[in-house]
Design a protein around this ligand. Structure first.
Ligand SMILES: C[S@@+](CC[C@H](N)C(=O)[O-])C[C@H]1O[C@@H](n2cnc3c(N)ncnc32)[C@H](O)[C@@H]1O
Length: 336
């Protein structure tokens, strides 16, 4: 068993489109260095891994950075040690552990009370183990906890709200993620604002998949961010969110300015952009902040542009109806 990188629920994940996207990239771009600058789940980095020698994986969320380090960092780890810790975690006697930050805030809300208690206990224990485990092992344990917790979360797939009015069953099981073999690869993992990273980046191909609408990822995945950072802040409101950090310009009305600045800054041979046509959606939170024509105009300036499209069913929580869904890939050959 064990978790693969795509075994999580994530708004805008390109998992189902990853073969299509990576084939377009390998058939239309040349180069051995690749940057996934809004990497999200990291599925596109995973799909392209065997086709490049150098990979830069970036996202501004803490939880995503830990997940990338767990799966991709080319550092040693002891799998037997991790398997032993996993079996200890799965033998925890719920009666023997005390109430903690996680059970107090999230118990009977985002998780069952007992599941929240175990999740909080394990997160605390990972920090406690710090003298016995190295950095890669720590990242693997935290990433494994994030995947295991996400699997049993009482949500529709993100943490903007929890599901109310039903009994939440105890079902938490701790399982390990399965790290990838990245020896012989140059892997760089960063947690930067994409526009800042772009100013200092030099690589052959840059893949750009920004948020499409007003839904802020740091607010959607705040529970996982909180578990990753484990600073135990005060939480607010119905959805128990911390004070906002990492609010993306791409989710605001000046997304066009941010996108233009990003494209202008890039020093690379090919730019690949993912986009979908929810721009005219009736729900304001699903409405795109960037119109297809705006992206096209900005990219046209940078070099010769090819556009590919494919029908696709988007993630939504049931409130939004989209028809004629299409996913687009823009490929620019820079300076052509
Ligand atoms: C549409 S998702 C990417 C999905 C990804 N391609 C996948 O297949 O899983 C957009 C990502 O951009 C990140 N993000 C948003 N604004 C950012 C910024 N200014 N700098 C870096 N990352 C950002 C979000 O955290 C989110 O993970």
């Amino acid at each position: 068993m064990g978790y693969q990188i795509w075994n999580r629920r994530y708004t805008g994940s390109k998992y189902k489109l990853s073969d299509w996207i990576t084939n377009l990239i390998t058939n239309n771009c040349q180069g051995s260095s690749f940057c996934d600058i809004f990497a999200g789940t990291g599925i596109i980095s995973y799909s392209i891994l065997n086709k490049v020698t150098s990979l830069i994986i970036n996202d501004f969320l803490y939880s995503n950075e830990i997940i990338y380090k767990a799966f991709f960092d080319n550092k040693p780890y002891n799998i037997e040690k991790l398997e032993n810790i996993k079996s200890l975690y799965n033998k925890i006697n719920i009666q023997s552990i005390s109430d903690n930050y996680c059970s107090q805030w999230y118990g009977n809300k985002f998780f069952s009370y007992n599941d929240a208690k175990i999740i909080g206990y394990i997160r605390e224990n990972i920090d406690f183990l710090s003298t016995e485990i190295n950095e890669k092992e720590r990242n693997i344990l935290i990433a494994s906890l994030l995947y295991s917790a996400d699997k049993v979360a009482n949500t529709v797939g993100h943490y903007d709200a929890y599901i109310k009015g039903k009994d939440i069953i105890d079902r938490f099981v701790f399982d390990l993620i399965i790290p990838y073999d990245t020896k012989d690869k140059n892997i760089i993992i960063s947690r930067c604002d994409a526009n800042n990273l772009a100013k200092n980046l030099k690589c052959d191909i840059v893949y750009i998949d920004p948020p499409y609408n007003s839904r802020q990822y740091s607010r959607f995945y705040h529970v996982l961010e909180n578990l990753a950072c484990w600073e135990k802040p005060q939480l607010y409101g119905e959805a128990l969110k911390p004070t906002p950090i990492n609010m993306s310009e791409y989710c605001r009305s000046n997304a066009v300015i941010a996108f233009n600045d990003l494209i202008e800054s890039l020093n690379c041979h090919y730019i690949v952009v993912s986009y979908n046509n929810t721009y005219k959606s009736k729900s304001s939170s699903s409405k795109n902040k960037l119109a297809l024509e705006e992206i096209q105009a900005i990219l046209n300036y940078k070099g010769s542009l090819q556009i590919f499209e494919k029908p696709h069913q988007y993630f939504n929580t049931g409130k939004t109806t989209f028809s004629n869904h299409k996913e687009f890939i823009f490929i620019v050959k820079v300076g052509d």
